[in-house]
Design a protein around this ligand. Sequence first.
Ligand SMILES: Nc1ncnc2c1ncn2[C@@H]1O[C@H](COP(=O)(O)OP(=O)(O)O)[C@@H](O)[C@H]1O
Ligand SMILES: [Mg+2]
Length: 268
Amino acid sequence: MGKTSSNTRLPRAKGIDMAAYYAAKECARKVKRIVLPPRNRQIVEEFITILGMKEKFEQHEVPIPNKVVMFGPPGTGKTLTAFYMASRLELPLILVRLDAIIHSHLGETASNVRKIFEYAKATPCVLFLDEFDAIARTRENNDEVKEMARVVNTLLQCLDEFEGDSIFMAATNLETELDNAIWRRFDTKMAYSLPDEAGREQYISLLIGEFGQEEDVRAIASERLAGCSYADMEQIVLKAKRKAIIEDSPLRTAHIDEALAEYQPKTC
Ligand SMILES: Nc1ncnc2c1ncn2[C@@H]1O[C@H](COP(=O)(O)OP(=O)(O)O)[C@@H](O)[C@H]1O
Ligand SMILES: [Mg+2]
């Protein structure tokens, strides 16, 4: 498995070429700078602890959680958390963009969903369905409505039958669009939001790293980037760092300001 790269298609999983496969080690590389707010960190840690104590839970006949839904605005770390979970559990991540499989072959969506779940049943992994709300989006015509009803039913069935050593994760920006019946199937729910001041400072520190900086850059950048997502902050701070490198100077507030003006984030 060591050779698996981010673009590698699922090995041995005939018929589910719409999924991407990431080995656990690759997942670990991607999450080096993850910032998990305390509440979500606690949820993740507890989840992992429980998986490490399976026998005890079985003794007490308490079911082990295995279905996580993450919801909140774009660029706040939902996809990254799926990589983090895979890395911590030392499982490969199977990433499926639900909107992509719906758009490319709508008529086969239900059977594709089934195939993906069958794969996860046979092979321990973190099965991650991104853009999960795609199943709930309003359809244009009757055939689509019917097919999507079929997809929802298939999903409900697959979620109910989901067992074994794999974990199911789903992410959505629009949790309000998710079918209630589906929502209820998740034993673990994590809300994501734009970073608060502590989150911004922590992330800026990680992004700046050991790079030389003027005093106060961190605090001022954190103020300037209020309202940005983590994804926007990353782009802006890296852009600022590039400017500092070109000038062969430490990172200054002016670099952050210029980068912010150039990047023109939608949210901040
Ligand atoms: N909480 C976070 N901690 C660290 N980096 C983040 C975080 N959220 C987003 N990022 C950065 O933004 C990129 C996109 O984030 P992603 O996890 O795809 O967001 P979402 O799935 O919530 O839209 C990540 O690859 C990472 O570089
Ligand atoms: Mg995402």
